[in-house]
Each structure stands twice: as structure tokens, then as C-alpha cells.
Design a protein around this ligand. Structure first.
Ligand SMILES: Cc1cc2nc3c(=O)[nH]c(=O)nc-3n(C[C@H](O)[C@H](O)[C@H](O)COP(=O)(O)O)c2cc1C
Length: 221
């Protein structure tokens, strides 16, 4: 089958679009408002963009009744007001807490408290991180790219941040010095109501003979 997303002519009972690019990592993004309220929400239109400079991005859909009254999500507002956000990885054992933080609650509600999570101070930026999450990154906003949606009522805001500090819990580093991703079991977002976890890993070397290129691929210091 084939279809045009603009026409939604897939003739399936469920829109397949989100199921066709996956699994997607989940950026569990913590921010603070300019009034000091902590905020936490998951985003799967999220990824690592580059490593030099180390950039990550998230894309948020904003809605409003009139084009002039687009209602920005708390995450977008806080990042644009303060210039900072933190990424927290979502291990399988925090899946329910992650889900709770997706509730559409007003900006005065602190989703750390809503989901019973512990706040950990960042080192270089003003917001908090999820203490229970084994990998966290402190990020500084570099740029927002605002793309109009198909109706004047929506925009997609792509927020790009530079990673300025990385935290990895020591117990998730293997004896050979690599991140033990299978021990973390991070969630991946699929389509519909579906998720997956990273439960196995295999290795494959790029077909290049230059040892420097291979070392770069492996991330060898
Ligand atoms: C697994 C998961 C992934 C999500 N991904 C996105 C996303 O990529 N973009 C988006 O705008 N909303 C996404 N959402 C919805 C937001 O988490 C939700 O709108 C949340 O209430 C936003 O919170 P905020 O207003 O505090 O920023 C996702 C929800 C879940 C459960």
C-alpha cells in the first residue's frame, strides 16, 4: 500500500505514520518556569542531532484556537524563557512515572511531584533532573525552528540544545568502560499505544580500513 499523509488516504483503521519510524528514543525533558515551577514531560519526536558540537533536539506540537493565540506547551515556554533544559533517559522501571508526566496539567503543577520523582540539582543550569534516571544531560538552548502546521492553528517548534554536562550513574558503566544500555533497558516509542525496550545488542564494524575512522565510530578516547 501507499498513501499521502496530507490526504490521510491510507484506508486503515489507525493512522500508520508514527509506527513507520521507530523505535524512537524518548526525551524526558525537565525545565523550570521563570516563576520557579519545575516541569517534566516526555517527547518522542526527539533525538541526538550531532556530537561535535553535541546537540539534541525535540519537536513539540503547539495548538491554539486562533493563529495569534497558539498555546505553547509548558516545556517550550520554559525553555524559551530560561534558555535551558535537561534530558533524562527513561528506563523500563520508570515507564509509569514517565506516562504520568504526559498529563496535560496547568503550568503551576510540578510533574516531579505528580509522578513521585526525586529532584536532583543540575551543575550548570537552573532546572532539576530526575534523580532516579541513570543518564541525564544538561542543555542550553541554541535555536528554535518554528514550522507552521497544516492549519493556521498549529505550529511545530523544533528546539535544539547544546549538551553542556552529561551525568551517567556509575553502576551502568561496564568494566570495559561502556554504557550498559541493556542494564538500563531504555524505552522506545512505537506507534499507537505501543512501546519497546532495548533488551539486546549486537556489534558491527563499518566497512572502512582507516583505524582512526573505526576508533571515531567506536568513540575511542
Ligand atoms: C511517549 C510520549 C511521547 C510524546 N511525544 C511528544 C512529542 O514528540 N511532541 C509533543 O508535542 N508531544 C509529545 N507527547 C505529549 C506531551 O508529553 C504532552 O503534551 C505533555 O503534556 C506536554 O507537557 P508540557 O505542557 O508540560 O510541556 C508525548 C507523550 C508521550 C506519552
Amino acid at each position: 500500500m501507499h498513501y499521502k499523509p496530507a490526504n490521510k488516504d491510507h484506508n486503515l483503521p489507525f493512522d500508520p505514520f508514527k509506527a513507520c519510524v521507530g523505535p524512537r528514543p524518548i526525551g524526558w525533558i525537565s525545565t523550570v518556569s521563570k516563576d520557579g515551577v519545575c516541569n517534566l514531560a516526555p517527547f518522542s519526536q526527539f533525538n541526538n542531532l550531532s556530537y561535535d558540537p553535541p546537540l539534541i533536539m525535540l519537536a513539540l506540537t503547539q495548538q491554539g484556537v486562533e493563529a495569534s493565540e497558539i498555546r505553547r506547551k509548558d516545556t517550550t515556554k520554559n525553555i524559551e524563557d530560561t534558555g535551558f533544559f535537561a534530558y533524562n533517559i527513561v528506563p523500563y522501571n520508570l515507564k509509569d512515572a514517565m506516562n504520568q508526566t504526559a498529563a496535560p496539567v496547568p503550568p503551576e503543577v510540578d510533574e516531579f511531584e505528580l509522578a513521585g520523582l526525586t529532584k536532583e540539582d543540575c551543575i550548570d543550569i537552573p532546572c532539576k533532573m530526575v534523580a532516579e534516571s541513570p543518564i541525564k544531560m544538561e542543555c542550553k538552548l541554541v535555536q528554535t525552528i518554528r514550522i507552521p502546521g497544516n492549519t493556521p492553528k498549529t505550529t511545530v517548534d523544533i528546539l535544539i540544545g547544546e549538551v553542556i554536562h552529561v551525568h551517567i550513574a556509575d553502576e551502568f558503566i561496564t568494566p570495559e568502560g561502556k554504557v550498559d544500555i541493556v542494564k538500563i533497558r531504555p524505552l522506545g516509542r512505537l506507534g499507537y499505544f505501543d512501546y519497546t525496550t532495548v533488551d539486546s545488542v549486537f556489534s558491527m564494524r563499518m566497512p572502512v580500513s582507516n583505524p582512526k575512522q573505526l576508533a571515531a565510530m567506536e568513540g575511542r578516547s
